[in-house]
Ligand binder design. Structure first.
Ligand SMILES: Nc1nc2c(c(=O)[nH]1)N[C@H]1C(S)=C(S)[C@@H](COP(=O)(O)O)O[C@H]1N2
Ligand SMILES: [Mo]
Length: 273
């Protein structure tokens, strides 16, 4: 990794017991032109072509549920006083491709603590903007809009779970989820909900979009697990972009097992996939 680059000198580089010495950063071009963001179309190159209609400022975020400090916040107010960090994470999509991305962001816990969750807050649910003018793909009912994802509270408070506001040291491009999105590197990419406008603290488990769409194929936890096949394909190997073939082994928890394994002690990960 380029020694002079700020994103190469701080934070985990891909962290974890699973770090392998042949892991290079995926290029900016690949990270920003091969995307899943169905609000802008279902082909991998649609988001880059179409996401120019998204206006990431000004940006309101509704925070509510089991917390002492609910409200409608302006994103820039929420971000003020927060120190951004550069973190290199390996990212694994459920469709068996992967990238290594230098994110800029900050731990979820930094923001969550400010809202003062009550003892009833067992989960956090996140929602993407629903606005067909800004997100024309929402005119088609390919998914029930808005896109919803969630984490258990202890997952959300884990120091590896971040809100990203940028990558490669620049603001997030719209196609990657501007102005801010979730990044949970030990889970399949679909957990990483983009362009968030709502954060809700709940007692019950959120109904995340993909698990609602296809409960046999996508669960709530979505931890990267080479031993649990997707019903339509194996998860044992993955294609690290820009490679054309499945060129590496998938690691349990995407290589972050030492850091996050304890969150799932005693859980049957075949049932809780
Ligand atoms: N709102 C929203 N968030 C989303 C998606 C989406 O379609 N809509 N796709 C998810 C999936 S399946 C993946 S793999 C990642 C891709 O993130 P990237 O394009 O920044 O690599 O975004 C996730 N977040
Ligand atoms: Mo994905």
């Amino acid at each position: 990794m380029g020694a002079a680059a700020p994103w190469a000198t701080r934070g985990p580089t891909p962290t974890g017991s699973g770090a392998q010495d042949d892991e290079k950063l995926t290029s900016y071009d690949h990270i920003t032109s091969y995307n899943n963001f169905y609000e802008f179309g279902t082909d991998k190159d649609d988001p880059k072509k179409n996401a120019h209609t998204l206006r990431p400022r000004p940006w309101k975020v509704r925070v509510d549920g089991e917390i002492a400090k609910p409200g409608d916040y302006d994103l820039d107010d929420l971000l003020s006083g927060i120190t951004m960090e550069d973190r290199i994470y390996r990212m694994r999509c459920v469709e068996a491709w992967s990238m290594v991305i230098p994110w800029r962001g900050f731990p979820l816990s930094t923001l969550i603590n400010r809202f003062e969750p009550t003892s009833k807050a067992k989960y956090v649910e996140f929602r993407t903007l629903y606005d067909v003018e800004q997100m024309p793909g929402q005119r088609r009912r390919v998914l029930p809009w808005p896109y919803v994802e969630g984490l258990r509270m202890d997952e959300a408070m884990h120091p590896l779970a971040i809100f990203a506001t940028g990558l490669y040291g620049r603001d997030l491009p719209n196609q990657n989820g501007a102005p801010f999105r979730l990044v949970v590197p030990w889970k399949y990419g679909f957990k990483g909900v983009k362009s968030i406008v709502s954060i809700r603290f709940t007692e019950g488990q959120p109904r995340n979009t993909w698990a609602v769409m296809a409960p046999r194929e996508y669960g709530f936890y979505a931890n990267v697990n080479p031993d649990v096949d997707h019903p339509r394909w194996s998860q044992k190997r993955e294609r690290r972009l820009p490679g054309l073939f499945k060129n590496r082994k998938t690691q349990l928890f995407n290589g972050y097992a030492d850091e996050v394994g304890h969150l799932y002690t005693g859980m049957d990960l075949r049932r809780n996939f």
